[in-house]
Design a protein around this ligand. Structure first.
Ligand SMILES: C[S@@+](CC[C@H](N)C(=O)[O-])C[C@H]1O[C@@H](n2cnc3c(N)ncnc32)[C@H](O)[C@@H]1O
Length: 255
C-alpha cells in the first residue's frame, strides 16, 4: 500500500515544525511540491530548507510540478474554483500513481496547517472516492498563521466567552458578521478592513509572520488603517508578493 503524509509545516518559521512533523519528514521517500510561480519562490525555498535541516538521510526524491493555471478574476468564482480543483485532482492522482511505488511514502508539505484554507485533504479524499488509485493517508498538524498572529501580538483571539469567526476577506463585502466580536481575516488581496462601516474596530495585523520580513501593526482601524495600507503596498511592491492575516475586534464598553 502507498502512504501519503499531509504535513503541516507551520506558517513561516522553520522553528514552528513540531516533533511529530520532523519524525514524519524522516519517513518520506517522495516529496510532492506544487510550484506556485515566481511570487511564491520564497515559500518554496523555505520548504526545501526545512527538508535540508530536519531530514537525516538526504536520499528522498523531490517531485516538483507547476500549479494548474487559474483565472484570478473570473466571471464566476465558484465555477472557476471547481474547474481548477478538477485540474488539481487529476495532477495529484497522476503524481501518486506514477511517482510513488507500492510500499513507499509520499508527502505534501502544507503551509501552516492542512485544516485551514488548504485544499489538499479534499483533493486526496476525492481521488480515493474515484477508486482508481489506492493509498492510505495521515495528517500531521502545524502552526497556522492565525496562531502565529496571536502569538506575535501576545493576544488571545477572543475575550472571555466570546466567539471567533474566521473568514476570507471577499466575504466581508457586506460587513462583519453581526453576532461576532472577533473576526480573523485571511486571503485579503487588498485592505478590506478600511472599507468596513464599524467605527470602533481594533485591528491586529501581521504580514510575512514568522519570517525575517515579518511586520506587525495594531490599533484602532480608523487610526492605523491608512498606515497599514501604505506599508502593505510598499512591501508588496518591494518583495513582489505579500501574505497577511489580521484580527478585527469590536470594542466593548466594559471588558
Ligand atoms: C491559502 S491560506 C493558507 C493558510 C494556512 N494553511 C495556515 O494554516 O495559515 C493563505 C492565507 O494564509 C494567511 N497566511 C499564511 N501564512 C502567513 C504568514 N506567514 N503571515 C501572514 N499571513 C499568512 C494569509 O491570509 C494568506 O492569504
Amino acid at each position: 500500500m502507498k502512504k501519503i503524509l499531509v504535513i503541516g509545516i507551520g506558517a513561516g518559521n522553520p522553528d514552528y515544525l513540531t516533533v511529530q512533523a520532523i519524525n514524519a519528514l524522516n519517513e518520506v521517500d517522495v516529496f510532492f511540491v506544487i510550484d506556485k510561480g515566481k511570487q511564491k519562490e520564497d515559500l518554496g525555498r523555505l520548504r526545501k530548507e526545512i527538508c535540508r535541516r530536519f531530514i537525516k538521510d538526504q536520499d528522498y526524491r523531490l517531485f516538483e510540478v507547476p500549479d494548474p493555471e487559474r483565472d484570478r478574476s473570473p466571471a464566476s468564482y465558484a465555477t472557476e474554483i471547481a474547474a481548477w480543483r478538477e485540474k488539481r485532482v487529476a495532477l495529484y492522482r497522476s503524481m501518486i500513481s506514477e511517482e510513488l511505488k507500492d510500499g513507499e511514502c509520499g508527502a505534501f508539505l502544507i503551509w501552516g496547517d492542512p485544516s485551514l484554507y488548504d485544499g489538499t485533504l479534499g483533493i486526496l479524499q476525492q481521488i480515493l472516492a474515484q477508486g482508481t488509485v489506492e493509498f492510505e493517508y495521515e495528517v500531521i498538524p502545524g502552526i497556522t498563521s492565525v496562531q502565529a498572529l496571536a502569538a506575535r501580538h501576545k493576544i488571545s483571539l477572543n475575550r472571555t466567552g466570546e466567539s471567533i469567526h474566521i473568514t476570507p476577506a471577499r466575504k466581508l463585502a457586506d460587513g462583519l458578521p453581526a453576532a461576532c466580536d472577533n473576526v480573523v481575516v485571511m486571503l485579503d488581496a487588498g485592505t478590506a478592513f478600511n472599507s468596513l462601516a464599524d467605527d470602533d474596530l481594533d485591528i491586529y495585523w501581521g504580514a510575512y509572520l514568522g519570517t525575517d520580513d515579518e511586520i506587525l501593526a495594531s490599533g484602532k482601524v480608523r487610526e492605523v488603517g491608512k498606515k497599514i495600507a501604505d506599508l502593505r503596498s510598499a512591501r508588496k511592491t518591494e518583495k513582489g508578493w505579500i501574505m497577511d492575516t489580521y484580527l478585527l475586534r469590536r470594542g466593548l464598553a466594559t471588558e
